[in-house]
Write a protein that binds this ligand. Structure first.
Ligand code: SF4
Length: 229
C-alpha cells in the first residue's frame, strides 16, 4: 500500500474558466477565481492511496480481491484474464475542502467547488500516470461501486473497497459515512485494472441525459456481459 501525498496542483484562472464552460468573458468571475487560487495554492494537498492487489476465486457474478468478496458480473468479466489490480481512493484533500465560503455567495461557492473537482482530477490523473510508469502497465480502465451500472455493482460495496486499505481517514483524510458518502465530497474510489480494450461503464448505461458520458451506450455489449458466465 502506498500513499501519494505530494501531488502537484497548480491552476490558472483560464483553466478554471474553461472548466466552468462559460460562454462569455466574465471579469467578476475571473477576479473571484484569482482570489480563490491565491488561497488554494499554498494549502492544497490532493492525495491518493492505492494497493497492489490480487484477484482470485472468480465465479459467476463474484470474485475476491485481497480476500475481500465483490459481487459484480461486469467486474468479474473485466477481470477474467487479470490477476493484479489496483484499488484506490483519491481526494481533493481536506485542506481545500475546509476553506469557508459564505453560503449565500453562490458564485464563489460554485468556483471553489469547481477548483476542488479539478484537484480531485489532478490526484486521479497523477495516480494513473504513477501506476502506468511504476508497474509497466499499458492501457488501464477503472470501475467503482455504484457507477452507472449500479444494479451490477452496488454502492454498498464501498465498505468492502475501503476495508482493503484499513483506516482511509487516518491515511488520507477520506471518511466513508454510514450513508456511503465520501467526505470530502470531491473524492473518488475504485479499482484500476490493465485492459487491452478500453472499458467505460457508460457503454453499459442507457441514461440519455448525462453531461459526464465518456462513451456511447452499447446494447450489444450489455448482452455480451450478460452471456459471459
Ligand atoms: S452515462 Fe453518466 S450516469 Fe451513466 S455511467 Fe456514464 S457517467 Fe455514469
Amino acid at each position: 500500500m502506498e500513499v501519494l501525498n505530494s501531488i502537484p496542483f497548480r491552476l490558472t484562472p483560464e483553466e478554471v474558466l474553461k472548466r466552468l464552460r462559460l460562454r462569455k468573458e466574465n471579469k467578476d468571475m475571473k477576479r473571484i477565481i484569482q482570489e480563490l487560487i491565491d488561497i488554494v495554492h499554498p494549502i492544497a494537498k490532493p492525495k491518493a492511496i492505492y494497493k497492489v492487489s490480487y484477484v482470485d476465486n472468480k465465479n459467476g457474478d463474484s470474485l475476491y480481491i485481497d480476500g475481500v468478496r465483490f459481487t459484480s458480473r461486469v467486474l468479474r468479466v473485466n477481470l477474467d484474464k487479470v490477476g493484479r489490480v489496483f484499488p484506490y481512493v483519491a481526494t481533493c484533500g481536506r485542506e481545500i475542502d475546509e476553506i469557508a465560503v459564505p453560503s449565500d455567495d453562490y458564485m464563489k461557492y460554485y468556483c471553489l467547488d469547481t477548483i476542488k473537482e479539478m484537484a480531485l482530477r489532478s490526484a486521479r490523473s497523477y495516480l494513473q500516470d504513477y501506476l502506468t510508469r511504476n508497474y509497466a502497465l499499458g492501457q488501464m480502465s477503472r470501475m467503482y461501486p455504484g457507477e452507472g451500472t449500479a444494479e451490477d455493482w452496488p454502492i454498498t460495496q464501498q465498505k468492502e473497497l475501503f476495508s482493503i486499505f484499513g483506516n482511509v481517514e487516518d491515511l488520507i483524510g477520506v471518511q466513508l459515512t454510514e450513508s456511503l458518502l465520501m467526505l470530502p465530497l470531491k473524492s473518488s474510489s475504485g479499482i484500476y485494472f490493465p485492459t487491452e480494450i478500453k472499458f467505460e461503464s457508460c457503454q453499459l448505461c442507457p441514461r440519455e441525459v448525462c453531461s459526464e458520458r465518456k462513451a456511447p451506450y452499447d446494447p450489444d455489449l450489455v448482452l455480451k456481459y450478460r452471456e459471459k458466465i
